[in-house]
Design a protein. Sequence first.
Length: 135
Amino acid sequence: MAGSSLDIQQALANALTAVPGLRVADHLPEQINPPMAVIQLQSVTYHRAMKGGMSAWEYVVTGIGGRMADRAAQIQLDGWMSYDGAYSIRAAIEDDRTLAGVCDTLIVTDMVAVRPLTMGDAAYVTCEFNVTVYA
């Protein structure tokens, strides 16, 4: 099964709509409107199966909370980083590991960073999840 990057990104975006109140962009938006998640392709590894039948697509899902100084934004990130629960980004993505048939399987490997994101005069708090999609 070989999905396109756009198919996979849209399917990831669809999965993330399960997180209450989270806006999702399947591409880098011109304007940040938190709380939101942004999905970006990082790399593709080919030849993961015989005759090039499977590729590993590496995505980063960046959760963008409110302003850095806002305690509610920090609390929001805690829910997104949870292993399970209604606000868990990992649980929402892994709920259907085939993304409705777009891929063979996937895994959210880790949450790697909590850091600031500065846009204009505003600094937001973010967290980044690595997702490996096999298609």
